[in-house]
Design a protein around this ligand. Structure first.
Ligand SMILES: NC(=O)c1ccc[n+]([C@@H]2O[C@H](COP(=O)([O-])OP(=O)(O)OC[C@H]3O[C@@H](n4cnc5c(N)ncnc54)[C@H](O)[C@@H]3O)[C@@H](O)[C@H]2O)c1
Ligand SMILES: [Zn+2]
Length: 313
């Protein structure tokens, strides 16, 4: 069959790959009707996810028709039109029982990679590198869908392919964003990023009863979509997030000048003086409910300054 293959950083090509086959009894084979790229694909294209191999088939989000079913599949038959979750989950492990499907213990056949990276392996994903199971994606004529009873959903006749398609990933992700944000009636919600995910998060917030939803991006065309289709207010302004370990050498001379001029006073931050012998107690206070900082003097007399929280002196 034909498929879109990753050939290297920022290199794609359509090539021939073997047709997928049923491997496990819970699999179905889906003939892809519609498939769409996700913002996450950029991370693969740009080489930020290092576990891609030349020839890997991309595509996380798709809708199609079931053309073959494994012997254990109960919820699907040949001919069903289905949308498939981009994450692959078994439905039976502890995480799946908690509905934490993207953390499934059995959906990712290469868990060692992400366990090493993050300390825990998430589930598998279609078309999303060998770190996420190396499952061929949906930018192809056919896809093998593991655990199809859990991950594939029959699409109602009244829902078009182009609508159902986005339930696969963007609409689920956006809705989950609003869900994790605890959006409730009357809230004022800001959504940064007006891609499909942000727009779906905004729409979810509207449907969950938020009073105002503001979508922020730098692309007017996306913002206009958010205004028209998600019912959101819009703001063309990018949020810049910057962070680092501090560059003390850059600031200390200037800070000392300001301290010398009395513009910057810090004595009030150190409110308690303790002898070094009491350092273990002071250590106990450090970071605890009452204190923020412990200072010690190596000479050992009156030296530990313990800063306490607001309201203490
Ligand atoms: N956790 C998941 O399961 C999951 C699933 C799907 C997508 N994602 C992630 O969600 C994000 C959005 O996905 P998408 O498909 O909508 O991506 P996208 O690339 O189409 O859209 C991202 C938007 O964010 C805007 N943006 C970037 N930086 C901004 C800034 N500083 N201030 C304001 N706007 C800014 C961009 O202009 C762009 O319009 C991506 O990072 C993607 O990887 C996560
Ligand atoms: Zn599971």
């Amino acid at each position: 069959m034909k498929a879109l293959q990753w050939q290297g950083v920022n290199k794609l090509a359509v090539g021939q790959v073997p047709d997928p086959e049923i491997r496990n009894a819970g699999d179905v084979i889906v003939k892809v009707n519609r498939t769409v790229t996700c913002g996450s694909d950029l991370h693969l294209l740009g080489g930020y996810i290092p576990f891609m191999e030349r020839g890997d088939v991309l595509g996380p989000e798709f809708v199609g028709e079931v053309i073959e079913v494994g012997s254990d599949v109960r919820r699907h038959r040949v001919g069903d039109r289905v949308v498939v979750s981009s994450f692959i989950a078994c439905g039976r492990c502890w995480f799946c029982e908690q509905q934490l499907y993207s953390l499934c213990d059995n959906g990712n056949t290469n868990p060692a990679i992400t366990e090493t990276l993050w300390g825990h392996a998430p589930g598998g994903c279609f078309g999303y590198s060998h770190a996420m199971g190396g499952n061929p994606g949906s930018h192809a004529e056919y896809v093998r869908v593991p655990f199809a009873d859990v991950g594939a959903f029959t699409v109602p006749d009244t829902v078009t392919d182009e609508r159902a398609l986005f339930a696969s990933d963007s609409a689920s992700t956006g809705w989950m964003g609003a869900d994790l944000g605890g959006v409730k009636p009357g809230d004022v919600v800001a959504v940064w990023g007006a891609g499909a995910v942000g727009q779906m998060a905004a729409r979810a917030a509207v449907l969950l009863g938020a009073d105002r939803v503001v979508v922020i991006d730098r692309y007017d065309n996306r913002l206009h979509q958010a205004e028209k289709h998600a019912g959101a207010e819009i703001l063309n302004k990018a949020l810049t997030v910057r962070g680092a370990q501090m560059h003390g050498q850059r600031y200390i001379p200037m800070l000392l000048d300001r301290m010398a001029r009395g513009e910057l006073v810090t004595e009030y931050l150190a409110t308690h003086v303790l002898p070094l012998d009491d350092a273990p107690i002071a250590e106990g206070l450090d970071g605890g409910d009452e204190s923020l900082r412990v200072l010690r003097d190596p000479e050992g007399n009156e030296f530990c300054l313990v800063q306490r929280g607001p309201g203490e002196s």
